[in-house]
Ligand binder design. Structure first.
Ligand SMILES: Cc1cc2nc3c(=O)[nH]c(=O)nc-3n(C[C@H](O)[C@H](O)[C@H](O)COP(=O)(O)OP(=O)(O)OC[C@H]3O[C@@H](n4cnc5c(N)ncnc54)[C@H](O)[C@@H]3O)c2cc1C
Length: 375
């Protein structure tokens, strides 16, 4: 193993010397922070270090929904959380998507304004009323400037071939992206802004003094003036705050030639989510079946959740299609008791931006911007 001390003069001076900012983690937040730092401090030296050979958390593994507020989530949140907090969260997500689209072009990440539907099963109690839809349309208009983004749609079973579904509520502004291409594009933007990214190097520990931080890695130490921790679900070693890892499992089918489904869908109050990816169906969720078991930093699949996902495909989503499950995977999110991210300085020259929950596509870039603005 070649230690940092034994690197060449050229390697040290090109990558590691005189760092103004070192970012730990190359997910949506880490890469966005790097880009915004370079926009803010043009001549600064910014390095991102990532422990995996690819980003290894949630940003390359998620479902690719550009979601910011579904009616059943808003309904539940408004029952338990102050109205102003619920609409602030909504606003942060909506505006966060606009920040993302300032960084990357929609075409390059295969963005589709395909809409989303919040599905209500026949055996589920439907608490959403016309008055509630009017109310959220009014509030959403104040934030987005778009009229009537929500409406009831009871035609989805006929249109998409679902079984056991009573009705649905459509959000006409939500859509989908290609998750892998988003990270590729952010990476390209970072490189274009003269950021260095090194993969396969894990930050183990940090010590700080007034002028610099020293990051310990398996290859030796890296010195930097400032540090940004963007390790999301893996942040609990770095701060004593309300943050836990939360594994989420996903599967994808083979190509189904006569697939009718087009769009993104939330089911069972958002515990499940699915979409089409071309002629495939991607389905995820079911963490609520084993919250304790899924509170883990370990990637992996459980029989219980994979079987339930398959069951949903067979009985609700694709009751009339034959299909195969072609691939399954998991990712690790960072969650806490509240839905808001942690964005703050933990000492004079260190900031942290974590706890993106299931909304990092929407809020990740905006969090990166806020982190850069802390310096
Ligand atoms: C299955 C799944 C589906 C999801 N679906 C959606 C969706 O449809 N829409 C949506 O908005 N959000 C979704 N999310 C959530 C979203 O993906 C996350 O909120 C977002 O990716 C978080 O980005 P991040 O940069 O904060 O964290 P991450 O992408 O997890 O990045 C953190 C990085 O830090 C690295 N790291 C950790 N520790 C260290 C260390 N010590 N040294 C160096 N590197 C380290 C990790 O390897 C990782 O690459 C989903 C998540 C999952 C798992």
């Amino acid at each position: 193993m070649l230690r940092i001390d034994n690197l060449s003069f050229w390697e040290k001076s090109a990558y590691l010397k005189n760092l103004d900012f070192l970012i730990i983690g190359s997910g949506i937040v880490g890469l966005s922070t790097a880009i915004f730092l370079k926009k803010r401090f043009k001549n600064s030296r910014v390095l991102v270090i990532e422990r995996g050979y690819l980003p290894t958390g949630a940003s390359t593994k998620n479902a690719g929904f550009t979601c910011f507020g579904s009616p059943t989530e808003l309904y539940d949140d408004l029952k338990t959380i102050k109205d102003s907090v619920v609409w602030d969260t909504f606003s942060n997500r909506y505006n966060g998507l606009n920040t993302l689209f300032e960084l990357v072009s929609q075409d390059n990440i295969e963005y589709q304004n395909c809409k989303s539907w919040d599905i209500i099963a026949s055996n589920e109690k439907n608490e959403i009323t016309i008055d509630f839809i009017d109310y959220i349309n009014k509030k959403a208009f104040e934030i987005t400037g778009h009229k009537n983004i929500y409406c009831e749609d009871s035609s989805i079973s006929n249109r998409f071939g679902f079984q056991g579904i009573e009705t649905s509520y459509c959000n006409t502004l939500e859509g989908s992206i290609h998750t892998g291409k988003l990270i590729q594009q952010l990476y390209k933007q970072a490189i274009n802004h003269d950021v260095n990214v090194i993969f396969g190097i894990e930050a183990l520990k940090m010590t700080s003094n007034e002028n610099e931080n020293i990051i310990e890695t398996p290859f030796g130490e890296i010195k930097t003036i400032n540090t940004i921790i963007a390790t999301n679900g893996f942040a609990k070693n770095w701060i004593k705050e309300d943050i836990l890892p939360a594994r989420a499992q996903v599967l994808i089918t083979n190509e189904i030639p006569d697939l009718k489904i087009r769009g993104t869908f939330h089911f069972d109050k958002g515990y499940y989510y699915f979409r089409n990816v071309g002629n495939r169906v991607l389905l995820g969720g079911g963490r609520n079946l084993d919250v304790l078991g899924e509170t883990t930093e370990e990637f992996g699949l459980s029989n219980q959740i994979q079987l339930q996902l398959k069951n949903l495909l067979e009985n609700v989503i694709l009751p009339s299609n034959s299909f195969k499950i072609e691939d399954s995977w998991s990712g690790i999110m960072g969650v806490g008791k509240t839905k808001s991210p942690i964005i703050k300085k933990i000492n004079n020259n260190t900031a942290i931006g974590v706890r993106m929950g299931g909304m990092g596509v929407a809020i990740g870039s905006q969090v990166g911007k806020k982190l850069a603005d802390l310096f």
